[in-house]
Design a protein. Sequence first.
Length: 156
Amino acid sequence: MAVLVIVGALMAYFGIWVPNRPANMSHLRVEVSESSKFTGAQMDDAVTLLRRQKRSYTGCAINRIYYDERWSNGRLDEERRAVKDDPGSGSSFASAIDRYGMGRVAIFRTDFTCGKNSADTGLGAGATTGWEDLLAWAPDDAKAERGWVWIDGGMG
């Protein structure tokens, strides 16, 4: 009987808990550059929001969340120019800039590593670097969490 209980517990652990456990953030590094657009508290709130969202990356380890304002502004400028050069090719980035203004939009990046059990999340196994999350500072927006609205995410 004890053997059956142990076997059942192991099956539940490896069959249910391991594939569905929240992302591992035990070794997470957070790197945020100085910002002329946002306060330190706003940046902390953005990271808190991203940490909560990234918990859903089951079977993955979140290694780094980072923000470089110079890089973010350059990337946003690229998107804005691309839409200006090709109207109608709108992106979520350009739409966010139009809606919230360049001074209230930021792109954070994340590096993470997923195991083979992460397939159900839609994320491939292995290392991913530079995953982009587009956020807008809009504390009055009904969708805002900690003052931020998550707009879109993915590889640039």
